[in-house]
Design a protein around this ligand. Structure first.
Ligand SMILES: Cc1cc2nc3c(=O)[nH]c(=O)nc-3n(C[C@H](O)[C@H](O)[C@H](O)COP(=O)(O)OP(=O)(O)OC[C@H]3O[C@@H](n4cnc5c(N)ncnc54)[C@H](O)[C@@H]3O)c2cc1C
Length: 480
């Protein structure tokens, strides 16, 4: 299952590691996650559901769902898709309790005082840190083993504007931004922010489970740049191992060099689905079909043309009806949809495959910002529940900001500018920044430019609703 040759990526695997899965000795490499190592060893079934004992594999690959939870070295419910592999690790399925007699390991505690705490080290969070870090004490926290968010798996050259890195590959942009971020801010990785508390000051609890450290972070301002999570689709057997989120497939393939399978189908012909198809082909994986419910392709036609040239059929007005397989995916049944989105009897096609990648959009991750008490609203055009905010990314609680996909599903380019706006505004409210007005106006104008055109219509409409909701909520006018 490991990718040995790739046209763009060179996988420099770390030192070999021995670990145990349900008592069976397996080999992996330093630097990869438990889930990646298991998949590389051909393991698709990680665990079983508690009530009906149905098999479960990984799904999101970024620590957002519960599909890959297992007991690791005696600790139950470890998110194995974001936990790095270590020598001698004992990984167990279907064990939900602490082993008897296991001593309680007291975590180290560390208190941190920061001017600005940033949750999430994707493009939005890193841009905020770079913007504010020169003149303020900034800490940035991410639960992944590295900074970069979604960018670390984007091997394609980015669309958008050259000012925000278009023309470069996502992985290159991530590297450049990481270097800058490290110069400007304290970086905490493999660390999940698990709670916000108002103690008369803003307080975050963050946990690094690998090194057993509990961080207690007191901050004057907080920027939540927590990104998004993948949407699921309802169809029969959608919980079978081998049904993966598109981002999860990208993580396995482009970050860890592990194939999701030999041949698959993709559901969704937006940019994510189309780009994923091309990336799978580059990794030597067959793409049997792309299935799209809408009457036309949602992503850029240049991406669609590229996959079609490589022989991939795109079925518009089709969806997935059923996945089948005993322990993991062995195939999919797709069928045509009528005007009312019902399957048309007799149009079913059976496509044998060993994985199904779901690329049907993202939902903003707002669980943490909700804990602050900032006003949240369901705005379908933004992708779901989002924190109402103004043009400066400030929520209905003045010291709390949002930026990037967690504030409206968009693109890395807009995430970067929103991060800069949040960082600059937060900094200026702590200490006056030279040339603030000019800089801020430049960023606001840039955002407007990025949202011009056909693809900017949806995010623009979403933002309008978000700003209106914000001003309604705080009860003051735009210019006050
Ligand atoms: C296939 C694909 C292709 C794309 N192509 C393009 C393109 O060509 N051009 C473009 O502009 N955009 C593109 N995008 C979109 C772009 O990648 C995203 O819009 C962008 O990454 C969003 O940035 P972000 O910082 O808001 O979120 P993310 O990049 O998702 O980063 C969020 C970070 O927050 C961290 N986090 C979340 N919760 C916690 C917590 N509780 N504790 C600690 N850390 C936490 C996560 O680990 C993650 O690292 C593409 C996306 C995909 C999936």
């Amino acid at each position: 299952m490991r990718i040995e040759k790739h046209p763009i990526l060179a996988f420099e695997r770390g030192k070999p590691i021995t670990f145990y899965f349900n008592g069976i000795e397996m080999q992996g490499y330093e630097g990869e996650t438990i889930a990646a190592a298991l998949l590389a060893n051909g393991v698709k079934v990680f665990t079983h559901s508690t009530k009906y004992n149905r098999p479960r594999g990984f799904f999101c690959g970024i620590g957002k769902c519960s599909s890959c939870l297992m007991r690791v070295n005696g600790v139950p419910n470890v998110r194995t898709c974001i936990t790095p592999l270590q020598e001698g690790m004992i990984v167990e399925s279907d064990k939900h309790e602490l082993p008897e007699g296991m001593p309680y390991k007291k975590p180290k505690r560390e208190s941190i005082e920061a001017d600005i705490a940033i949750v999430g080290g994707g493009p939005a969070g890193m841009a905020a840190a770079i913007e504010a870090g020169e003149d303020a004490n900034v800490v940035i926290i991410d639960e992944q083993p590295c900074l970069g968010g979604q960018l670390i798996k984007q091997t394609h050259k980015f669309f958008g504007s050259s000012m925000e890195g278009a023309g470069k590959r996502g992985i290159e942009i991530a590297k450049e931004m990481e270097e800058e971020t490290r110069k400007k801010a304290r970086v905490l990785l493999k660390t999940s922010v698990i709670g916000y508390y108002n103690r008369g000051y803003h307080f975050l609890a963050a946990v690094n489970k690998i090194d057993a450290i509990l961080y207690e972070i007191k901050a004057k301002k907080i920027i939540f740049a927590t990104g998004a999570q993948e949407n699921m689709l309802v169809f029969e057997n959608n919980d079978l191992p081998g049904v993966y989120g598109a981002g999860g497939v990208q993580t396995m393939m482009n970050v860890y060099g592990v194939k999701p399978g030999d041949a698959g189908i993709i559901v969704g012909a937006g940019n994510v689905g189309l780009i994923l198809a091309y990336q799978l082909l580059q990794a030597g994986v067959k793409v049997k079909a792309i299935v799209e419910a809408m009457p036309k392709i949602g992503g850029y036609l240049v991406h669609a043309a590229k996959v079609r040239r490589n022989g991939v059929e795109i079925y518009t007005r089709h969806s997935i009806k059923e996945a089948y397989g005993k322990e993991s995916v062995e195939g999919a049944i797709i069928a045509k949809l009528d005007e009312k989105w019902n399957f048309i009897e007799g149009t079913e096609k059976n496509i044998p495959c060993d994985f199904i990648a779901i690329a049907v959009g993202l939902t903003p991750s707002t669980k943490l910002v909700q804990q602050t008490g900032a006003k949240i609203k369901f705005i379908p055009a933004a992708g779901g529940w989002v924190a109402l905010h103004n043009e400066y990314m400030q929520t209905t609680i003045d010291d709390i900001y949002v930026a990037g996909d967690s504030a409206n599903i968009e693109e890395a380019s807009t995430a970067v500018i929103e991060g800069k706006i949040a960082g600059l505004h937060a900094l200026n409210s702590l200490k006056s920044v030279d040339g603030y007005e000019e800089k801020m106006n430049g960023y606001l104008k840039r955002l407007e430019e990025l949202r011009a055109g056909e693809f900017g219509k949806r995010p623009k409409a979403a933002k309008k609703k978000i700003y209106e909701g914000y001003y309604e909520e705080v009860g003051r006018g735009r210019n006050s």
